[in-house]
Design a protein around this ligand. Structure first.
Ligand code: MN
Length: 218
């Protein structure tokens, strides 16, 4: 479908607008696949997916936890999106994490959430099994493009060194799609670099791959 026009009256209005549109797609039995834009769209989309799938796990591929309660005065910031997802009652499995604030560290301790860090994705042979074990049956996948190493995806707002590569991410997605019921997905935080299309190409290929992996199960 066409791009959703921004609602300039504020982030809450935009959240509600996205929720309503996404809910219709879920209600019609279609696969909800959204392209950002920034990561803050995810909580509206997860909320829409949860109108049909009440017990939802969210696989988050990201450099950052995005678990702050507020950022720059807003609870709707991209830095807070997974906190909002947690508030909705979904379980979260963060993968590729390599930047955690003190507030996020305390919060994760409190709710007993241990992210699968980028370092673990390189050093632990069983990291994909651990992801699979933690996910429930119905899964929403959110991919912040900064989960990839900036060498693979330089076009993003907050690049962090030491990220995942193409085969790690697609290998993970393939197994998740084979073993779980993937109900919706998004790819966010692509910020084109003028004169250089590496990130957009990677994101486009990733959409195609993920759609294929989901189709293969059906
Ligand atoms: Mn993010």
């Amino acid at each position: 479908m066409d791009a959703v026009e921004p609602d300039a009256s504020g982030p809450q209005a935009m959240h509600e607008k996205l929720f309503k549109i996404a809910k219709r797609i879920v209600r019609d039995g279609k696969f909800l696949f959204a392209l950002g834009g920034e990561h803050s769209i995810t909580s509206a989309l997860v909320r829409a997916a949860m109108t049909k799938h009440r017990k939802l796990s969210v696989l988050q591929i990201d450099a950052h936890c995005d678990l702050r309660n507020q950022y720059e005065g807003s609870p709707y910031s991209h830095a807070c999106v997974m906190r909002r997802v947690h508030d909705l009652g979904a379980s979260i499995v963060p993968v590729g994490i390599r930047n955690v604030s003190a507030e996020e560290h305390r919060f994760m301790k409190k709710i007993k959430l241990e992210p699968i860090t980028a370092v673990q994705c390189f050093s632990d042979d069983d990291w994909i099994d651990r992801v699979l074990n933690r996910l429930g049956d119905d899964v929403y996948i959110t991919i912040d493009i900064d989960g990839f190493d900036p060498a693979c995806a330089p076009g993003t707002g907050t690049p962090e060194p030491g990220g995942l590569d193409w085969y790690q991410v697609t290998g993970l997605l393939r197994l998740v799609a084979a073993e779980k019921n993937v109900v919706a997905a998004d790819i966010v935080e692509v910020t084109p670099v003028p004169g250089q299309v590496v990130t957009e190409f990677l994101a486009a290929r990733l959409v195609y791959k993920l759609m294929c992996y989901v189709q293969m199960r059906e």
